[in-house]
Design a protein around this ligand. Sequence first.
Ligand code: UD1
Ligand code: UDP
Length: 373
Amino acid sequence: MNDIVLIAGTRPEIIKMAPIVKAFQNNSIPFVFVHCGQHYDYNMSQQFIEELGLPEPDYGFKIKVYSPCVQTSRIIMILGRLMEKVKPRLVLVEGDTNGVLASALAAVKLDVPVGHVEAGLRSFDLRMPEEHNRRLVDHASTYLFAPTDRARKNLERESVWGKIYVTGNTVIDAVMQHLPIAEKKSTILEKIRFKEFALVTAHRTENVDDPVVLRNLVESFVEAPVPIVYPLHPRTRKRLRQHKLWRNFVSAENVQILPPLGYFDFLLLMKGCRMIITDSGGLQEEATAPNLRKPVLVTRLSTERPEAVENGFAKVVGVDKHGILDAIERTLEGKFDFPQFSPYGDGNAGSKIVGIVLEELNAGNIESANSLQ
Ligand code: UD1
Ligand code: UDP
């Protein structure tokens, strides 16, 4: 019997695939775990495999290239070769990175059914590479695991071919499983210079690759009315240096820059902060977890996570300095009575997804999946 292949390639994919890996293990279902190598630094990749107690990947790669075309095509090539050898009965991918698109395309070319975890998100902002990736992968998938009802509706509106299931987002499982461990293990708060702080991340290409937006963000953080703690993504580090913003930023009294952190440290910073300011997708979801419940300012023009906004957790504040500073002020003054429940599920998305896969396997549907379409 051929195996199910689970593919992850970047930091958020490893975190969001972890609950699925654990559910496969709990059900004694064999699987092949592949790291396609889009992220390759220890602190963007292997540290999450270790911390989250995942098995070492059966196959691991490192794709150290900058060009998105070369990156995507190299991953298609290596995963194509791998799939020819392993002959998977199903490939599971998560999210909207170039590695996810490449993995799905390799599978489609070899007639292997694809299951897309976190299907149906839409920002309707075609400047974002992620929006292209998620649309293309959704239309190439046989199984679509939509986190919310809204994501399901997006998929139905586009008449995707595959079967749609609403499962919640596995990142809520990840927060609920790991925050209690983080509270015991992490000592990060001892290393933070400030008692009260906003936790910041920024790495999206439409923000940090645009020198005007990057400068706006830097100036907003330096002038913010609350100290800033900022674990810096390698893309942003590179762009700050390239645009000569690095020196002033690191020497700002109001800002503490850290390297990319492990999940336990990062969870504790989310738990301990006054607010989160970010362009990350995952953070918008994590902030709604019942054991975190934090306000989030989304430094972007759009979000594919509108459920976080509708439930009062998140505000899309744009990338203009005055807008960001104003939103920080208002958040500091605000009192929040957030819902007890996350719009992204109850923390059981991983086992729901594996339950569906198991049912489809037992019914013999996966083998014939592509011919059913
Ligand atoms: C990618 C995803 C983005 C996701 C993010 C998660 C795409 C189009 N973007 O963006 O959706 O939010 O991952 O963090 O797939 N780098 C390193 N070490 C690493 C990884 C990256 O130094 O381990 C640097 C390199 O200079 C690299 C740059 O970061 O060229 C960008 O990396 P890449 O994986 O292409 O995109 P991300 O910005 O990480
Ligand atoms: N994260 C982390 N350490 C960090 C920054 C983020 O563990 O220094 C986690 C965060 O909790 C979330 C995921 O990484 O689960 C988000 O990754 P990222 O922001 O890189 O990607 P996105 O969600 O935007 O695709």
